[in-house]
Design a protein around this ligand. Structure first.
Ligand code: NDP
Length: 430
């Protein structure tokens, strides 16, 4: 996977940049045919069009450093994570300043674009080059964190297999002062970058066609909602599975620094390239467009409120609940006196709200969101659907691991919970 991820990203880049999203294959499957395909059709095109030049380094690393400075310095609330077995039950503190960062960044980027100091269209113009910098940075950061945390004696739960350990990570919570690198990498770099790639593609469309069409605005709205949801509910993230359990290895770091922004954006990039080659924009009938906006907003509503219901319920039990009126606060996001199952472990399992309907209602909603990103591009290419397909795999894998962990942790109480809420994703289906 460590070799495969970057190769896949470059392959997709060549397909979208040079072949209008068509998945290319070697002309023949002989050794010479494969060599020629890899060298002439992929490597040469990558060197010519996706070289990590200085401007790309400035754009990408400038953004990475800017987000780290913001995460370190901006004011925000401080919340505690879960007690960590590796630190003898100690709870780490997390500075949650995502909202000021997000709003400030939106204003700053608008100023930079309008004044011409930094045209946001430069991101789309140098997409392949910036992606190469991100790939190099993904490897560099994973290696630095792995080596430095090892020297500091902070590796734990190691298997002894170097490649597996490097992939899964050595250290659970690498930090520079109070800056938690995993939390920063997860919330501040990939999703805002994804949003700006879509904004950049929409602005390119405006530059070329003089209008923003519905599919381009759809992608901007979709990515805005996703980033916004993460920043407005940042205080819920320290208790999430990634932060308290997953180590900060190549899997999380590479994917956050490079994989998420540069593959999840394929719908926007595909539509932009389609326009630049054909001179026409992708458009759909009014009913289809309305259907997709409805799908996106409905799925977002379920995603937002399901996450909010469980996280607020859990925070109320811990006594860490804080009222934050970050936009948008949606109805049914906070359950008053919901039903639950009390476990011997001490934790309560929510069985009210969306959580009485399915055990992973937020995953179902997230999958609906991801398929809407593909559907808005039509059916001309597989690439805009890559995120959905990949996400089905990621979430199925996550569910399996999570169910195993919870079954072990809660024993017969988990069986009672599964009897009470028998369906995982969709009631009466699965
Ligand atoms: P979940 O929100 O599913 O959290 C799982 C944990 O929640 C369990 O281990 C358990 O922890 C607790 N839990 C499970 N059921 C209940 C219940 N009924 N009541 C109370 N607590 C319960 O984890 P994720 O971090 O996977 O997902 C969070 C969000 O992030 C989702 O919306 C997901 O779609 C999204 N996501 C998006 C990704 C992307 O790439 N776009 C990638 C991954 C996630 P405990 O041991 O404390 O009981």
């Amino acid at each position: 996977m460590m070799l495969g991820f970057p190769c896949l990203m470059y392959y997709f880049w060549v397909c979208v940049e040079h072949h209008q999203g068509k998945l290319i294959t070697p002309a023949t499957y002989s050794i010479q045919g494969l060599q020629s395909f890899i060298y002439n059709d992929i490597i040469q095109k990558v060197i010519a069009g996706a070289f990590p030049h200085l401007l790309a380094v400035k754009i990408y690393m400038g953004f990475v450093v800017y987000t780290a400075i913001c995460a370190y310095t901006l004011p925000g609330i401080v919340v505690e994570g879960l007690g960590l077995p590796s630190l003898k039950g100690k709870k780490l503190k997390y500075l949650c300043n995502g909202l000021p960062f997000w709003y400030m960044t939106l204003v700053l980027s608008a100023i930079l674009h309008i004044t011409g100091l930094f045209r946001l269209t430069l991101i789309a113009d140098n997409f392949g080059n910036i992606m190469s910098v991100a790939i190099i940075w993904g490897f560099t950061m994973s290696s630095l964190v792995y080596v430095i945390s090892g020297i500091m004696g902070k590796h734990h739960r190691m298997s002894g297999n170097f490649f597996y350990d490097f992939f899964m990570g050595g250290c659970l919570n690498p930090r520079i002062g109070h800056l938690d690198l995993k939390m920063w990498a997860e919330t501040r770099v990939p999703w805002p970058l994804l949003f700006y790639i879509s904004v950049s593609c929409a602005l390119k469309q405006y530059e070329n066609q003089g209008v923003f069409n519905a599919p381009a605005l759809f992608m901007v709205l979709a990515h805005f909602l996703y980033v916004n949801s993460m920043q407005k509910a940042e205080e819920c993230i320290p208790t999430s599975w990634d932060i308290f359990y997953e180590k900060d290895g190549f899997m999380l770091m590479f994917w956050n620094m490079a994989g998420v922004p540069f593959t999840y954006c394929l719908p926007s990039i595909y539509m932009m390239k389609y326009e630049s080659v054909t001179g026409t924009t992708i458009s759909h009938s009014l009913p289809y467009t309305i259907f997709l906006f409805t799908l996106l907003l409905t799925a977002y509503y379920i995603f937002d409120t399901a996450n909010a219901q469980k996280n607020r319920f859990r925070m109320e039990q811990n006594g860490s609940f804080i009222t934050r009126n970050a936009f948008p606060q949606l109805p049914w996001g906070h359950l008053k006196n919901p039903s639950f199952i009390r476990t011997e472990h001490g934790n309560l399992l929510l069985t009210g709200g969306w959580w009485g309907i399915a055990r992973k209602p937020h995953y179902t909603a997230d999958l609906m969101i991801s398929i809407s990103w593909g559907l808005i591009t039509g059916f001309g290419s597989f690439l805009p659907y890559f995120y959905f397909c990949f996400f089905v795999f990621v979430l199925t894998h996550r569910v399996t691991r999570d169910i195993q962990r919870c079954a072990k942790k809660y024993g017969k109480d988990w069986d009672r919970y599964c009897e009470r809420v028998p369906y995982i994703f969709i009631p009466y289906v699965f």
